[in-house]
Structures are given as structure tokens and as C-alpha cells.
Design a protein around this ligand. Structure first.
Ligand code: NAD
Length: 317
């Protein structure tokens, strides 16, 4: 089996490749990544030179390049992580989010149709559902309406709809997963956890948006990767699967937890003007996926110490 992974040099894609290479020692893996600021070959340094692994640098928006890649490597499965992913950047400059997340996904779908791929898995986000109120409001199910608020979330929701249209219109075998916020090693230090760890270790103020009460649902990145593997093995074509670990925590409580682990004072916390359109709360119901046998193995409390240590070593070497 040949598995093409887009965005494999980013945070989750690199974990997914590592997980899959270990789980499927007879399979071949191709990583397609254009190495934006968020992509880094160091993230895959531990398997970059293995014979079962091929790194291809290129842009998913480049239809000719993607066509040549499919013609050359003939992948059986595509797992699509490549995206612009930072909400704040999408507010400042939404255009590239449309180009990569929507047009780029369309280029890949077309190539998959032409080359008769066995399975296209699209990695999406719970942010497509919009926000819940802080109190009450049931966690999002796969039936919840799409109500994205940020340009990032809107671009992901658009790509989800495009993927489903290729299933309905052309019968392309697709699945979609919508996952909550991930934590783990190898994340670019603009996202909440590595950013706060970096600032705290430097003794700098920790910028917390608004009152910090916004709630996010967190999941360990390896649990996310295992969930995608479950969907590839047991998921039904044309279906959407939510992925979450039911670990709701407010931003401020998470930052305090990190400061406690780092042994740094809470006085480092500095409240800054809220992000535009900041969603109050995300919570995700993943019982559909759990009915296939998947369940999360990690908790944030248990893994935070190890995580903080990893970033302490990497960010300051
Ligand atoms: P990331 O920003 O760390 O990595 C994105 C990767 O995609 C990078 O390696 C980048 O170089 C590559 N890329 C970007 N544009 C490209 C292009 N045009 N062509 C080829 N490669 C390109 O992102 P991440 O956090 O690992 O997220 C991966 C996927 O998971 C995204 O689709 C995201 O929407 C989704 N997701 C992320 C989270 C999260 O908490 N991080 C949660 C749910 C879903």
C-alpha cells in the first residue's frame, strides 16, 4: 500500500507519519509538503531517510505538479493535512487560506478522481461548527450545522463541503474527520501551548485573550492520529467523524496549569484585547467514532509535564 500524506512536515502530519510507519511496516509513505513557515523537515528527521519513505517538496495548489506526483508515485490512499492553520493569521490575511485550504483541496480531489484513488481522507476541524455558549449547549455532533466564524474555519468548512460533493457527484471514496484542539510535541510556537511555554521560560508576559474564559476541547495528537487510522480501517465512505477526548478546559486554566508545571508565577499572565470574533466554547461529541472501537488514551494532566520538558529542551537549545 502507498499512502500519500499532505502537510506531513507540520505538527499533526508528522506525528501521523511516525505513527503509521510504525503501525504498518510493510507500507510505503510519501510526504507532500511545501514547507511553509509551519512545516519543518526536522519534524520528520527520525524517519526522513528510511527506504519506505519519500519526501516530495511541492505545493498542493500547483495542479501540474500534483498530477506529475500522482503519475510518478501512484498512491493508493491520500490523507490530507496540508493547510494554513492559524486563526490569527487568517484574520490578518485570509486569501492564502482560501487558496490552500479550498483551491488546494480541490486540486487534490481532481487528481484523486483522475488516478482512481482508493480512499481520500480529509483532516478537518471542530471549528467548522462555530461556537457554543459558555454554559449549556450540547457538544457538536456530525449533524450539527456548519457555522464557522473565522476565515480559517470558513475555509475548512468550504473544503469539507467540496470533499463531500466529490463523493456525492463522482463517487470518490472519501471520509472526513473533525477534530478538537491538539496538544503534543513538534507544534510551531505560535499556537497556545508552545507559545505560552516559550514565553514563560523566557520570563516574558503570557498574553491571554480577553478574560481567558474561552473553553477549548483538547486531545493528544497521537490519539488524533490513531483515530484517523481507525477511520481509514473501519470508517464508512461518504461519512464524517468527530474526534475529541472530552477534555474541556478554559484557556486561563490551561495557562495556569502550564505555569504550575513550569514552576513559574501566575503574575506572568497578561490579559490582552480579545481576538476578533473569538469563539467562546468548543466541545465535541465523538460517540460515532467511539462506536467503531476508538477511544482516547491520554489526558492533558498526565502528559503536560513531559510536553513542557520537550519544549523546554527544543525551544532553548
Ligand atoms: P501545521 O500548520 O502545523 O502544518 C501544516 C502543514 O501543511 C505544514 O507542514 C505546511 O508546510 C503544509 N502546507 C501548508 N500549505 C501547503 C501547501 N499549499 N502545499 C503543501 N503543503 C502545505 O498544521 P497542523 O496543526 O498540523 O494541522 C494539520 C491539519 O489538521 C490541518 O488541516 C488542520 O486544519 C487540522 N486540524 C488541526 C488541529 C490542531 O489543533 N492543530 C485540530 C483539528 C484539525
Amino acid at each position: 500500500m502507498k499512502i500519500l500524506v499532505t502537510g506531513g512536515c507540520g505538527f499533526i502530519g508528522s506525528h501521523f507519519l511516525r505513527y503509521m510507519m510504525k503501525a504498518y511496516p510493510d507500507d510505503f509513505f510519501i510526504c507532500l509538503d511545501t514547507l511553509t513557515y509551519a512545516g519543518n523537515k526536522n519534524n520528520i528527521a527520525d524517519f526522513l531517510n528510511r527506504s519506505r519513505f519519500t519526501m516530495v517538496e511541492g505545493n498542493i495548489r500547483d495542479a501540474d505538479f500534483v498530477d506529475t506526483l500522482f503519475a510518478t508515485h501512484k498512491p493508493d490512499i491520500l490523507v490530507h493535512f496540508a493547510a494554513e492553520t492559524h486563526v490569527d493569521r487568517s484574520i490578518v490575511g485570509p486569501q492564502v487560506f482560501l487558496e490552500t485550504n479550498v483551491i488546494g483541496t480541490g486540486v487534490l480531489l481532481d487528481a484523486c478522481l483522475r488516478y482512481g484513488i482508493e480512499h481520500f481522507h480529509h483532516v478537518s476541524t471542530d471549528e467548522v461548527y462555530g461556537a457554543l455558549p459558555l454554559q449549556g449547549g450540547s457538544p457538536f455532533t456530525e449533524q450539527s450545522p456548519l457555522k464557522p466564524t473565522s476565515p480559517y474555519a470558513a475555509s475548512k468548512a468550504s473544503s469539507d463541503l467540496l470533499v463531500l460533493s466529490y463523493y456525492k457527484t463522482y463517487g470518490l471514496p472519501v471520509t472526513i474527520s473533525r477534530c478538537s484542539n491538539n496538544y503534543g510535541t513538534h507544534q510551531y510556537p505560535e499556537k497556545l501551548i508552545p507559545l505560552m511555554i516559550q514565553k514563560a521560560l523566557q520570563g516574558k508576559p503570557l498574553p491571554v485573550y480577553g478574560d481567558g474564559l474561552n473553553v477549548r476541547d483538547w486531545i493528544h495528537v497521537v490519539d488524533h492520529c490513531r483515530a484517523i487510522d481507525y477511520i481509514l480501517q473501519k470508517g464508512k465512505v461518504g461519512e464524517v467523524y468527530n474526534i475529541g477526548a472530552r477534555e474541556e478546559i478554559s484557556n486561563i486554566d490551561l495557562v495556569k496549569l502550564m505555569l504550575n508545571v513550569l514552576g513559574k508565577p501566575h503574575e506572568l499572565i497578561t490579559y490582552v484585547p480579545d481576538r476578533l470574533g473569538h469563539d467562546l466554547r468548543y466541545a465535541i461529541d465523538s460517540s460515532k467514532l467511539e462506536s467503531l472501537g476508538w477511544k482516547p488514551e491520554y489526558t492533558i494532566e498526565e502528559t503536560l509535564k513531559e510536553l513542557v520538558e520537550w519544549y523546554r529542551k527544543r525551544l532553548f537549545k
